[in-house]
Design a protein around this ligand. Structure first.
Ligand code: ZN
Ligand code: ZN
Length: 86
């Protein structure tokens, strides 16, 4: 997998943009660890903060949009609702 090196607009730092979650990570070794910890091996699941149901990564955003459109803008980054295990 190729790293995406980006410059941050208005900032002086450069980093690696995670192709999966869009997080900007400053160092290559941190990126590697991030991928390992966050995106590799585990199937991400998310718990809806409104109805407490658990969703696969691919379904969660759609669920929020459909069921809780009023909340969608408050939630921001949906990664915060991620659960790695029950
Ligand atoms: Zn990521
Ligand atoms: Zn819900």
């Amino acid at each position: 997998m190729r790293d995406h090196v980006v410059s941050v607009p208005g900032g002086k730092s450069e980093g690696f943009l995670c192709a999966v979650c869009g997080k900007l990570i400053s160092r290559r070794d941190h990126m590697r660890r991030h991928m390992q910890n966050v995106h590799v091996g585990v199937r991400a699941r998310y718990r809806c903060p409104v109805c407490f149901k658990v969703f696969a990564e691919t379904k969660f955003a759609a669920h929020i949009e459909k069921q809780h459109p009023k909340h969608a803008s408050d939630f921001g980054n949906l990664e915060q609702f991620r659960i790695d295990r029950e």
